[in-house]
Design a protein around this ligand. Structure first.
Ligand code: PHE
Length: 352
């Protein structure tokens, strides 16, 4: 314990020790020294407290000596700290060189993109090259956007084509009509057109939901919606776009075939087939001998839909199509059970 008896002498000892020990201290020890010497409960503070016992005449000189000692110790600590950093740096630079040309460690199991994601990216890229931008919409959707604005009023029989999951809103919540998991990506058509004036060229990939579960249907699957609205858009534009879309995805040898069909939000409507990927058009079990398999629904945007979003069907026209991404991915990689995509068996995903 430092006593007040002979402060000058004690200060001398303390300084002498600091001059000896600090320049030799390592990094951890240096911090311990700082605390022991300069800390609030350290030796210098104790000396200062002890000075209260000195005759009043001696106090100023003693105080000045303690301050000078503090300055010197601080300078010693700083110098040593810098020296330690310099030594570390020199050791680093002077050590064994790193050979940046050494081969890296091989990663045993490499991840890869899911075949459905790959198909989706390919489709978006094909459409982007044709000037389409990506638009998105919610998976939990209002009945209005999913059905009503698409020319399917509440009692419309076409609603039965798409077995719907309805969502019960939280108790007391006020919603603009029934809520559901979107059954297709077509509501994004409505949301996009409501948000901006024509012309519109968008594609919208995403998840959709239907109450279905068998080898070719999953309750959740992926669609991509394509919508083009402008002046003088014709069925010919639709056919040409479908042709480019399908060939871009499957290859130049593939052909599209359109068959008249019905969807409430288009007029006329069509179902679109593509050359069977299993037999390349020769006819097989998958295509039931026809050489074609169905891949998507399409048509010219119904005038009622254009009016529902505030567009003038006398001024603009458009086409739309929607297709199952999983189905396209299955066809392209020759997979016959959709559920394989969602079981996440790595042995399957690595091959697909
Ligand atoms: N939404 C339709 C479906 O899911 C597909 C479609 C989109 C048809 C756009 C015509 C136009 O079955």
């Amino acid at each position: 314990m430092v006593t007040a008896g002979q402060p000058q002498l004690l200060l001398g000892d303390l300084l002498e020790r600091a001059r000896r020990e600090i320049p030799a201290a390592g990094a951890d020890e240096l911090e311990a020294q700082r605390v022991r010497l300069l800390g609030r409960k350290g030796e210098l503070s104790a000396l200062l407290r002890g000075m209260g016992a000195l005759p009043a005449g001696e106090r100023p000189a003693a105080g000045a000596a303690v301050n000078a000692a503090r300055d010197e110790i601080e300078a010693l600590l700083t110098a040593r700290r810098e020296a330690i950093l310099r030594e570390a740096r020199a050791a680093e630079l002077g050590g064994a060189p790193i050979d940046v040309t050494l081969p890296g460690r091989r990663i045993a199991a490499r991840g890869r993109r899911h075949p459905v994601s790959e198909a989706q990216d390919d489709l978006v890229e094909i459409l982007a090259r044709m000037g389409y931008e990506v638009a998105e919409g919610p998976e939990i959707e209002l009945d209005y956007y999913n059905f009503e604005a698409l020319n399917m009023p509440p009692d419309h029989p076409a609603r039965d084509m798409q077995d719907t999951f309805y969502v019960r809103p939280p108790a007391g919540a006020r919603t603009a009509g029934p809520i559901l998991l979107r059954t297709h990506t077509s509501p994004v058509q409505i949301r996009t057109m409501l948000a901006r004036p024509p012309p519109v060229r968008i594609c919208s990939p995403g998840k959709v939901y239907r109450r279905d579960d068998d080898p070719t249907h999953s309750p959740m699957f992926h669609q991509i919606e394509v919508l083009c609205v402008d002046r003088d858009i014709t069925f010919g534009h639709l056919a040409g776009t479908l042709d480019a879309f399908v060939r871009g995805f499957f290859g130049e040898d593939f052909r599209v075939r359109l068959r008249p069909s019905y969807f409430p939000f288009v007029e006329p409507g069509a179902e679109v087939d593509v050359t069977c990927t299993f037999c390349l058009g020769k006819g097989c079990r998958t295509c039931k001998g026809s050489g074609f398999v169905e891949v998507l629904g399409a048509g010219l945007v119904h005038p009622r839909v254009l009016r529902a979003v505030g567009y003038d069907p006398e001024e603009v026209s458009g086409f739309a199509f929607g297709c199952g991404i999983d189905r396209l991915a299955m066809l392209r990689s020759g997979i016959d059970d959709l559920r394989l995509f969602f079981e996440n068996d790595l042995r399957f995903l690595e091959q697909a």
